[in-house]
Design a protein around this ligand. Sequence first.
Ligand code: URA
Length: 242
Amino acid sequence: MERLQKVIAESGLTSRRKAEELITEGKVKVNGEIVTELGTKVSSKDRVEVNGKPIEKEQKEYYILNKPRGVVTTTQDEHHRKTVVDFIPTKARIYPVGRLDYDTTGVLLLTNDGEFANILMHPNDKVEKVYMAKINGIIKGEQINKLKDGVEIDDQKVQATRVKLKKVNEKANTCMVQITIHEGKNHQVKKMFESVGFQVEKLKREKVAFFDLKDLQSGEFRKLTPKEVARVYALEQKENSH
Ligand code: URA
């Protein structure tokens, strides 16, 4: 279910703000009834009309991109830097699902399906995010345990589900650590490592739920299959069923 004004805006008819005006002015019908309540939620099965004309539904599109470094995770950048959306040749108004920092690489999903995006962004036990971090030092068991027990970042406690030391470079005094989290707070992984005394020098997202980088070089993307999309919707059903 999505907010009526969002659905109207996503149809390409007008902006979200204009859509809100149309609703409050009584120009929008849902299943034949005028709706003036801005919070009204509708599903893809509801018939939405604006000024007596049904809105056209934009086809849903789904992509996975192996995000390179030096690219912003937004739809438009005020400084005209390259954005993740620039990699995908489509006219649909797709947007990134969640955010990766400018210097972070790896798995990023893009879509124009708000429900799909919500399932993946809402903290959910079934949606793990796996990162590989190169840090400026060699992590000890005690610090790994701290990350797993929970650390405080921006006054909130966050935990890693798994932390694995993958590679140690004694000479350079760095190591590679694989860390799995469920939330997606801003700069979460960097801040978690900072809280135990390390700076992240490189960060790559290897996995989001069951999506990984298999066959995708940096900057490459592919469409998701209908099966993959259905699997994401199934993640939500599982969560709601308990
Ligand atoms: N955590 C971070 O610190 N940065 C990212 O880009 C993603 C997760």
